[in-house]
Design a protein around this ligand. Sequence first.
Ligand SMILES: [Zn+2]
Length: 377
Amino acid sequence: MIWDDDKWKRLLGDLVQIESPSGFMEGIEKVDQRIVNELSAVGLQHRFHASDKGPILEIFREVEGKRGALVLGHADTVWPLGTLEQRPFRDEGNHLYGPGVLDMKAGLVLGVAAIKDLAAKTPFCWLITPDEEIGSEVSLRIIQKRAREASVTLVLEPGGEDGALKIGRSGVGNYRMIISGRESHAGLDPEQGASAIRELAQQILWLHSLENRVLGTTINVGVVKGGIRPNVIAGSAEALIDIRVRTKKERNRLEQLLSAPPKFDSRVRIEYHGSFSRPPMDHNSRSEDWFGLAKQIWERISGKDLSGVNVGGASDGNFTAKLSPTLDGLGAVGEGAHAPHEHVRWEFMKWRYALLKALMEQAEDDEKDEDLRANWT
Ligand SMILES: [Zn+2]
């Protein structure tokens, strides 16, 4: 293993100190350039795909007749310009802090380190996208195209507790409920009114009755508004809803129910507008094979157990799971992604690097899966 703590901490520091919120092209370009420079000595190919959210960087090695791994990373962070000034990059030995350090500047460091030491002639494709944190609209097509060509997709999102991989991710649905009732004077003419707010309250209870925590289906009504005055029966009301599902079946069930909701007051009009922006990342047997392999490698290099968890958050792994086996959460280990206490636990980095490199090398010989797995036991 060729792992150099000082060298890779330096690269991490450089990357964190380039602020790159989604949509800030200049920062994203600088992150990409720093990575290209770091890999320039290795003799890899790279190309930039232009987009209005910044470039999509593709670093790759083609080997004729062979498929390799697709590695997914993103250069953007959720932190606005100026966050660095309030929370500068800080190295406390085993804990490293700074905006985007865990999600996913440290994941990018792992990608660079693994690719630098990758066995020559191992084919792979690494995409570094500019818009993961805002839904991957511009990167979606190339992600899907490359996932179809790959033997496995490895996602550099942060790992779970003690490095757990994310083997299931929820699909996310965003809906708006719009209710039109009939206004009237609450005291003089209560019979004439049809309250949109009363209907809204009943709709919310109905929505919550559709949850299924055992299957991982959650529904949250996060915003409500409606009505104009206390003495007027509300003529309109609306709500914003967040739905998370783990399976396509659950997604279909909810889509169907929301297309024809019950009416608690027959005089009102109810509409649900919205859709699922990312499909759920399901367990499937090919992904499970790869998880088994990752577990064996991890135990061998770190002496620790590796678990696989289901999580509510979505990533680009949601897009690829149907197209190629997908392992997500292979990036750095730490705490506080999208939170001010975001940090990386450095002790895990050398093992994460070794795991990523080993998986990329295994990906080349996908056809001989069985034999290779035998070697790891
Ligand atoms: Zn991320």
